[in-house]
Ligand binder design. Sequence first.
Ligand code: HEC
Length: 259
Amino acid sequence: MRSYLRHPFWQAVGLMVIAYILIVFIIPALPGSAVVPKSVVLQYMATVLVGVLIWVSDDEARWTTFKEPLHDVLVQPRLKVIRTAVLAAVTLMVGCITYGQVKASVAAPPNLRSIHPAPPSQITFRGKTITLVGLDNPLRRSGDMAAHLAVGHRIYYENCVPCHGDHLDGQGHYASGLNPLPANFQDNGTIAQLTESFVFWRVAKGGPGLPREGTPWNSAMPAWEDFLTEDEIWSVVLFLYEQTGWKPRTWEVSAGGSK
Ligand code: HEC
């Protein structure tokens, strides 16, 4: 035991253990101090390690004695069992750490997002200000409904089908690669709950236009403002309701499309 105490290697190990006990158990127990966070423990231990290494290497003789046990474990035939055990332990440790980092976690996402955040009361669409509050689909009051639906049908199949699917159920070909999934319009939790002006806003501004409470969340929903005209968007909105059979939420019943 005596010889161990005088050996620089075991002295170094002892210092590290004392430092660890001090940082993790003694310091937090002192009046007025709190638990030391893991990252800080790591920082302190790294500092102690550097100090210890400077001390053992500062004297040539001490440095040589310090390295002896390490060297022996690596080459001495009589230490084969320890060598194998160390190798296995290191391998296992790296394996465990890697597994811990890559394994899927079942924890709830840290931020709850709102699927239907409150829409802005007005938006700018291609430089024109549109007030969303109280707004209904203007195409319901002008022109020929069958013609509007034909346009909506064309727009949907030209632009929306790869994600939202042939059955408007969010099962398009690209859907499985997306998270969050494309909205399933057949489900009573999407357009059935919304006013047409809310749907217009979502189509025009897409994922990038979601307010902060609608994030953090990489919605793949494109902003269609630059690709579709105002009437084309209103037509595709008509088409969504017509195809699914849902009635849009109206402004008389409630004060908003937000949920
Ligand atoms: C690249 C895939 C993709 C395309 C193409 C796409 N969408 Fe989406 N869409 C999504 C995703 C993903 C969501 C769900 C996340 C979100 O709400 O932003 C979504 C959500 C929506 C919502 C919101 C529904 C709700 O309950 O809030 C509407 C409305 C919508 N899409 C309409 C359309 C229309 C109309 C088109 C075609 C003009 C279209 N989308 C094209 C991916 C897409």
